[in-house]
Design a protein around this ligand. Structure first.
Ligand SMILES: *Cc1c(COP(=O)(O)O)cnc(C)c1O
Length: 394
């Protein structure tokens, strides 16, 4: 039996195939929109799905560059297959359009990425899809929200930006019993720290824009799922066309080769910054899954092998103090997005989650004073020194 490779080795090697034509060591960018068939018969059998192979770059499996990325990432997530997208939102949209139709009901974590919230609350109801947002940190809320026509449970854990954690194994188990698809947005943790499919979820999806690309220089999304789900997803991809660009796919392959090293450093730094903030008298509270006072620290410990690079906090003096802090950082960049090599700081209530109505933000804990940090891979002493000098100006 073939020995199963370790995660770090798979980051580097999984999916990679030596170029059969020239022997190029790295995966080439197959910069083409279409593929030549050897015969009319071959073209027809590819279109009929009777023969594997490439057809046209919009149609899965898109190009060999895309296929390498998909195979590598599916190996990292422990899934069968997958699909790349032009962005994380394109991935979420395609999964929802594949699994849900008019009259269906979706249960979603109440604290989700801002545009996911808007897609679910503004667009889906117009398609006749009913959505209920619940606090998924307690499975009882999910049970109460189940309806006869519930078809999907969508979880985001750790959640953006409150870092709430929900128990994937527990909720995926409930979903399975009910015959409901369980989808997890794994963007914050990445498969290095959390493998939703191995915890029982049906689909794991991520924004590649964040840790997968890892260098804040691309937009992308990826879904890992069963071959069976992929058959339906492939149609939606082909008909709607939100596929990943070739250069982005190549950058994601390159990014993944260092995922394990970067995530280790992101998490190590985040734990140090979280401890620093927690001990600072100007800081009201800190939320990081790796802190023992995180309300779901035990759940995080159970399902994650590390706590990631994201944290949120609030400083005394409310939003005015928070604004002074954000306007005074020097090393940290005042920017949305996350998962970059550089430390990024931003204000969810006025930026990433401004599209979530204020009363909803208040209810789910996205307070006006909440500041979000995406901890980079710089030297932690420099990140802490920058925050310290900015806090001294508050
Ligand atoms: C950024 C993000 C998305 C959306 O991804 P894009 O690539 O920006 O479309 C979805 N979910 C989470 C948790 C995110 O952080």
């Amino acid at each position: 039996m073939k020995r199963k490779l370790k995660f770090a080795t798979e980051c580097v090697h999984a999916g990679e195939k030596p170029d059969p034509v020239f022997g190029a060591h790295t995966t080439p960018i197959f910069q083409t929109s279409t593929f030549i068939f050897e015969s009319v018969e071959q073209g027809a059998s590819r279109f009929a799905g009777e023969e594997d192979g490439y057809i046209y770059t919009r149609i899965p499996p898109n190009t060999p560059t895309h296929a390498v990325l998909t195979e590598k990432f599916a190996a990292l997530e422990g899934g069968e297959t997958g699909q790349t997208f032009a962005s994380g939102m394109a991935a979420i949209t395609a999964v929802v359009l594949t699994a849900l139709k008019q009259g269906d009901h979706l249960i979603s974590t109440d604290v989700v990425y801002g545009c996911t919230y808007s897609l679910f609350s503004e667009i889906l109801p117009g398609l006749g899809i009913d959505v209920t947002f619940v606090d998924t940190t307690d499975i009882e809320n999910v049970k109460k929200a189940l309806k006869p026509d519930t078809k999907m449970i969508f979880l985001e854990t750790p959640a953006n930006p409150t870092l709430n954690i929900c128990d994937i194994r527990e909720i995926a188990g409930l979903a399975r019993k009910q015959g409901v698809i369980c989808v997890v947005d794994n963007t914050f943790a990445t498969p290095y720290f959390q493998k939703p499919l191995l915890l029982g979820a049906d689909i794991s999806l991520s924004s590649c824009t964040k840790y997968i690309g890892g260098h804040a220089d691309l937009l992308g999304g990826i879904v890992v799922c069963s071959k069976d789900f992929m058959k339906s997803l492939a149609k939606v991809v082909g008909y709607t066309g939100g596929v990943m660009g070739l250069h982005e796919a190549w950058l994601c392959i390159r990014g993944l080769k260092t995922l394990h090293i970067r995530m280790e450093r992101h998490a190590e730094n985040a734990q140090k910054v979280a401890s620093f903030l927690e001990s600072h008298p100007g800081v009201e509270w800190v939320r990081y899954p790796g802190l023992s006072d995180h309300p779901q620290h035990e759940a995080a410990k159970k399902q994650m092998s590390g706590y990631g690079g994201m944290l949120s906090f609030s400083i005394r003096g409310g939003i005015e103090a928070g604004n002074r802090l954000m306007n005074n950082v020097r090393l940290c960049s005042l920017a949305v997005s996350l998962g970059a090599t550089d430390t990024l700081i931003q204000h969810p209530a006025s930026m990433t989650h401004a599209c979530v109505p204020k009363e909803v933000r208040g209810k789910v804990g996205i307070t006006d004073g909440l500041v979000r940090l995406s901890i980079g891979i710089e030297d932690p002493e420099d990140i802490i020194a920058d925050l310290e000098q900015a806090l001294s100006k508050v």
